[in-house]
Design a binder for this molecule. Structure first.
Ligand code: PLP
Length: 463
């Protein structure tokens, strides 16, 4: 049998021979060897060499309550013994699913009172595509079937959700997008704002939604989907003028608003949901990740009364074997109990986020760092060779980000790069002392990256 106790090189060799990694090339994986993660506790991972790595990404933005909470393991074991599996397709239900739906209806704002479960965020967004199109078809408007999304958005990796997403690299493979998905630009002022103020730029980018609706025809557009704060696209925080204008446009043209809360939900932005932070009233919210803090795979769509009513009146021919999986639902409920009873979101608002913001925004004093943006517990910095002009590097986009990420990893810090932006999204339970330790590693890594970039002659602005 293969165990954690085998030599790292042997585990790496087996991995290389048989395990296909998402979003990776074999060359890149082989370069320094993959790290084998063996255990985790709180905000720290441990690898097979015994190194302790500070996880400033909370896994994939999901381990909101931190690693190693026994309560979730116990709930999972209990549920597995009592009822490991049953479905809710044909006139049956079970307590974990109905109790979790009930809890989510209580936590979600407005009349978002109904939950359709999925195995994760991608599946939930596929549900949303079919749900909003079915909704309008049932209302006698089958031609109202175009969904507008944004370039550089990430909504998942299935054919449907990757079509909603706006990642060029994903659209280049596998025959996507599916028909009737339309993309507008993202509100990334640092990279694309030109001479406009952030406020002017926010309005201009929001009005692209209105332009798209008028161009496509108001009676053709079913929904607009967006992340309240774009995550995998580089933690892009929209200017303050953006979201009120988006809400106005959705209201004016009767467009369903879908907030993809897969990252922003469950405390990440300092509220239960990112929609509350940016001040929008979605008809549907996509949830996953922080719903179970990543301890079990589960996602879903929280749906308003009107849409759920129409969908409930037809037979919605859609569902997954693991929709509302009892073990995953029980784990999610326990996670929500911890978030509530341990006042994790209060900790974010009163302790962690203000402290993190102070230290994060101070990074602009570093020679590599242009803008530093942060909302709650998700932040990004733009790396630049020339702050005053917000210049991009002359090197291939992502080169500088990759050098920086590798310095972080060498210093036992997980921080991701998106192009030449660096991003963080640590567990919400991170303490002030742990934030201090994180910044020791961040600053050391930035200094080393800067030295390396100078050494390679890469500190040059694009023409
Ligand atoms: N939506 C957003 C905003 C995400 O960030 C992600 C994953 O990173 C997804 C959807 C897809 O979720 P999953 O990977 O659980 O399918």
């Amino acid at each position: 049998t293969i165990t954690n106790h085998m030599p790292t090189a042997e585990l790496q060799a087996i991995d290389a021979a048989h395990h296909m990694h998402p979003f990776s090339t074999n060359e890149d994986l082989a370069k320094e060897g993959v790290r084998v993660i063996t255990r985790a506790k709180g905000v720290y991972l441990t690898d097979s060499e015994g190194e302790e790595i500070l996880d400033a990404m909370a896994g994939l933005w999901c381990v909101n309550i931190g690693y190693g909470r026994d309560e979730l393991a116990e709930v999972a074991a209990r549920q597995m013994r009592e009822l490991p599996y049953y479905n809710t397709f044909f006139k049956t239900t079970h307590v974990p699913a109905l109790a979790l739906a009930n809890k989510l209806a209580e936590l979600a704002p407005g009349d978002l009172n109904h939950v359709f479960f999925a195995g994760g965020g991608s599946e939930a967004n596929d549900t949303n595509i079919r749900m909003v199109r079915t909704y309008w078809a049932e209302k006698g408007k089958p031609e109202k079937n175009v969904i507008i999304s944004r370039h550089n958005a990430y909504h998942g990796s299935t054919v449907g959700s990757a079509s909603l997403g706006g990642m060029a690299g994903m659209h280049a493979q596998g025959g996507i997008p599916i028909p009737n998905i339309h993309h507008i630009n993202q509100p990334n002022w640092w990279a694309e704002g030109g001479d406009m103020t952030p406020e002017e730029f926010g309005l201009a980018r929001a009005r692209e939604l209105e332009e798209a609706i008028l161009e496509l025809g108001e009676d053709r557009v079913a929904a607009f989907i967006a992340e309240p704060v774009q995550g995998a696209g580089g933690v892009i925080v929209a200017p303050d003028t953006y979201w009120p204008e988006i809400q106005r446009i959705c209201d004016k043209y009767e467009i369903l608003l879908i907030a993809d809360e897969v990252i922003c939900g469950f405390g990440r932005t300092g509220n239960w949901f990112g929609s509350q932070t940016v001040g929008i009233r979605p008809h549907i919210m996509t949830i996953a990740k922080g719903l179970s803090s990543g301890y079990a795979p589960i996602g879903g769509s929280i749906v308003c009364d009107e849409v759920a009513g129409v969908i409930g009146n037809c037979e919605f021919n859609h569902g997954y074997t693991y929709s509302g999986h009892p073990v995953a639902a029980a784990v999610a409920l326990e996670n929500l109990r911890i978030l509530e009873e341990e006042k994790v979101i209060d900790h974010v608002r009163n302790v962690a986020a203000p402290y993190l913001k102070e230290k994060w925004e101070a990074l602009v004093d570093h020679p590599l760092v242009g803008e530093a943006r942060i909302v709650g517990m998700m932040g990004s910095i733009a790396l630049t060779p020339e702050k005053e002009t917000r210049a991009k590097f002359a090197s291939e986009p992502g080169t500088i980000g990759l050098i920086t990420r590798e310095r972080c990893f060498a210093n036992n810090l997980v921080m991701r790069h998106v192009g030449d932006r660096m991003i963080i999204s640590p567990p919400l339970i991170i303490t002030r002392d742990e934030i201090d330790e994180m910044f020791v590693r961040i600053r050391k890594s930035l200094d080393e990256a800067h030295a390396e970039i100078l050494r390679q002659g890469l500190m040059r602005a694009a023409a």
